[in-house]
Design a protein around this ligand. Sequence first.
Ligand code: NAD
Length: 366
Amino acid sequence: HHWEKRVTKSACRNSDSGFTVLVTGAAGFIGCHVSLSLKRRGDGVLGLDNFNRYYDQNLKRSRQKVLSRAGVFVVEGDINDAALIRKLFDVVHFTHVMHLAAQAGVRYAMQNPHSYVHSNVAGFVNLLEASKDANPQPAIVWASSSSVYGLNSKVPFSEKDRTDQPASLYAATKKAGEAIAHSYNHIYGLSITGLRFFTVYGPWGRPDMAYFFFTKDILKGKQITVFEAADGGTVARDFTYIDDIVKGCLGALDTAKRSTGSGGKKKGPAQFRIYNLGNTSPVAVSELVRILEKLLKVKAKKKVMVMPRNGDVQFTHANISRAHRELGYMPTTDLETGLSNFVKWYLDFYSPSTKNPASSSSSSSW
Ligand code: NAD
């Protein structure tokens, strides 16, 4: 009963125009930023996260504390738990599901392939099952990935480009998610929007990503490995700042048309949409290191190696004209500005002079 109260309180809107959104992966990097933005503008938000151990759990718990202070409750559970998802849908009538829970990272798939299928395929189906049965159905916005472009090397990537050559199991499960989403849209009239994020970075980011562990290792004086392509070509990423991604997510939620579902009089014009959310400005990994050295005021110890075939692709670059046209998406943060915000947060959060890192968040932008 106590649990139900916290769930409904968190999902309660404080404005009439707002939405009631279930955010999966809310204790994750992007999930916590999106949840906070929704709550701040008056939407009802309920989080769900299984707090898995893929990376530092303390970081996830600290994000949860920030969310809790903002009035967002995060239910601890797995998207594969059908009974739990049904119960949440019974207690709260969600207008939208922002589905960000996933097993992320391309290299970890070589050690733990099943976790990708579990979270990114089976878990997604479980959410879609509950959503299709809800009346009215919530509109779904979910995280696909730029990795679906795989071995396609025609840049910039546009949504119409081929995505049938994934380079990792992670990419393959995201591609599978897009196909599964299409089938639910087709049969059940669910409104579904897939967002292909391009290398998202920023405060409260993910420790398994290069900009994050480079920062850590450079500060420690530890050697970092910078990969170059086998043909000597540039390895680059279309690094996209978290605040820009959040705007894209909110744009996708705001433009999602909910169908009336099978219980309604007429099957609504259910949407099936896919958008690139990138920065349209790829930066070489060597340049990323140069910016970090400048911001940290420490010279990196670098080892340059040829990129192994481990699931990473050489180059990413988003064409964002569709997202710009239809979602009003336009990133405004360049890499140096964004990294500077990240470094400020990092030093604050991990400052050795702070006894309790979880409480140090009060001086960040949150
Ligand atoms: P993250 O790992 O920080 O967040 C994901 C959260 O989901 C984690 O807190 C994790 O505990 C939770 N989770 C995982 N499996 C779950 C399950 N079965 N049930 C419940 N919770 C579960 O990652 P992120 O960077 O915030 O990514 C969010 C989404 O965006 C993911 O779908 C990811 O694949 C996608 N994405 C991220 C990037 C990026 O650069 N960060 C790029 C492309 C796509």
